[in-house]
Design a protein around this ligand. Sequence first.
Ligand code: ATP
Length: 432
Amino acid sequence: MINAIDKPAIFITPDYVIHAVNQAYIETYNTQVILGQSKCHQISHHSNQPCDKHGEECPLQQCQSTARAANAVHIHSTAQGKSYCDILMKPIKDDSGKVLGFLEILDAIDYASTESKKGTMIGQSAPFKQMLNRINRASQSTIAVLLQGETGAGKELVAKAVHQASSRNDKPFVVIECTGLSENLFESELFGYEKGAFTGATTSKKGLIEIAHGGTVFFDEIGDVPMNMQVKLLRLLETQCYRAVGGLKQKRSDFRLVSASHKNLLELVEKGEFRRDLYYRIAGFPIYLPSLRERHDDIPTLVNHFIKYSEYKHKKFSANALTLLSAYAYPGNIRELKNIIEQSALIANEDIIHSSDLPESVQPQHIIIDEKKSSQTAAADLMSLEDAECAYLSQVCDQFKGSSAELAIKLNISVRTLYRKLQRYELKLSVL
Ligand SMILES: Nc1ncnc2c1ncn2[C@@H]1O[C@H](COP(=O)(O)OP(=O)(O)OP(=O)(O)O)[C@@H](O)[C@H]1O
């Protein structure tokens, strides 16, 4: 029975022991499993303890307590290194309803990675994993996906992942940037035009919607579509039919819809700036993208990733600079982090990038007090006292050229307290 499943699958009893694996599992994971003996966590996590003992959800336990199917995104150790996997666990019952064991179906996620890997989304924090779970779910259907997240949080990358993981991945992925689209441009760009439709239309041109046939259309910043064009957009999305500018023939395009906005669309609906019917048409399956502030744990891996794929791959950030980078709030999210890394690498004269090479916005005095900002923005950017202390100490450590005793006197604390704080924030004095 297990071999009838085309994805990798295993059968486990409640004591975590694997009793059967299918052909797809053997081909994908190439791992030595001793049936009736190996436990799932030993094989997938190289650990003697179940997943929930080392920070991951255990779908087997969930399944056991509810007697219903459970799902989780896990990081598995495979012959090729660590990789993401979407797990579906189903209880298998006998005729009397007694649970005999669990069927685990594994779906490899190759558009995301825990470590630096070109062309993938990097991260391993809990909010990132929750997002992956939603992306994987969305990609298995043709439901309209709405991506909501701050600017620079990775909406375009997620839209591409939804497409890549779907059955349409061999067809086009077309991006339509909605910001600044005038009515004329909107129609000619989306629907194309016929020869002679307007002055300058010397040949006919295909529209983006036609190009996307069979694939996915990504409407970026859909909240910026003006009211008068929202009606036309709704008609297109409802019927998938359109007419080229200057054309008479009705055309049809089969496309999967993914939209994104950094604005709160429901608030726009309440204010009467976005049509409610259009909102419900595009928001079939909302996916929230966490800001970088919510996934601070991912910063060091992202820093390594961006430096590795930049022209400064031989350079490295000092531990103090990394601490400062981790304490910053990133209103521009991952895009801002990427810029900061490239800027600092360019500024650094040596192969080590020190905290003094980081741009002013990241420096502690800027993070702590920026009087020019409105009180509302300043409140949003406020950092905890602990983060502020850590950021300040990290800069001091890079710049202070004296002994620890001298520094302790300057900071008006004992040398022991200084060492305790340095240890706590994993900082080092440049001259000790
Ligand atoms: N998880 C990630 N791992 C690696 N790089 C990422 C990740 N998320 C985003 N990026 C990178 O960050 C940059 C910004 O991402 P993207 O353009 O997708 O953001 P966005 O939310 O669409 O921004 P905007 O709202 O301004 O359109 C890109 O260079 C992208 O490759």
